[in-house]
Design a protein around this ligand. Sequence first.
Ligand code: ZN
Length: 349
Amino acid sequence: MRQATRLLVLTCSLGLLLSPLAGGATRPRRARTSSVRRARRTVPRRPPGPPALVVPVAASARDVAVSEAARHSLGDQQGAVVAMDPYTGRLLTVLNPYLGLSTAYEPCSVFKIVVAIGGLTEHVITPDTVYNCAGGCWFWPGHGPINLRRALAVSCNPYFEWVGEQLGYDRIQKYAHLLGLGSPTGVNLPDEAAGRIPLSVPMSRVGHLSSHAKGVDTTAIQLAVLMSAVINGGIVFEPQLAGPAGFVPKERWRLPPQVVVGGLTEGFLAAVNEGSAANAFDPDVIVAGKTGTCAGVGWFASYAPADKPEIVTVVFVRPGTGHVASAVAGRLYQSLYKVSPATTATAGY
Ligand SMILES: [Zn+2]
């Protein structure tokens, strides 16, 4: 098991430089809110360094292909990419761990997944419940009558504000924690940030939190665990960077059986096919996911192939938008599933 903690860190430019983050000596493990706030403040002042690509020591050819695809897809944009097997929690690669693991940012509209799960589980909504988005949305005239599938696809703000206000913050907080937010995932990599789920939120701000995740901070790796739990039926994994040979999954917990994680996939698919993640669309590679855009950052938490998920990726860009992040993910999936079919044939799944 110790093997998994020995990291092979590649850099874009030189190939064998050790990442200053991989040593873990200069940054204490961040597990408290105040530390997260400090980290967020310090990020803008940090000069961009070479991208660090972290892959397992015993990486398979498939792992290496995913890592290279992540690096090429992100290009020279500042950001991070995390790739994980949703059924085991095995991490295939982390590109730029400083931004993907060691700092936490507002997850923006990706947090709507938490609100949707809470709303479905607590019977506030069903997939067919229709809300009338009559304005006050990012889409100026409003989306009109809208159900969960469409609300996820176009990231309708009033819909999720309405669901969140009916849930109330205590229940939103409960589902955020259940899905692994607000605490370290326990990944076997140094300097993991805990992120932040507020202890309390005034009722007047619950709507804005539900649509924009205002006051919430998450890491890309936490969102990869969350998206994996949605796909795998409720297993919240402790991610492990390790090769596929002899891999033993570690579960943090399983969601209580009454928690509804189904009913979202149509919305994730629609986001790519007709919504905010259209940049990830490709007729030959079926991708599904949820974008997030706020405060100058962009997210796309996604998986592919959508009908039989093999890989979850979370793309974070800063500065950027969900549109930009989904374009990065689209390129990544296309390079894995379209350009090099010979490589996918060697998949270690
Ligand atoms: Zn709307």
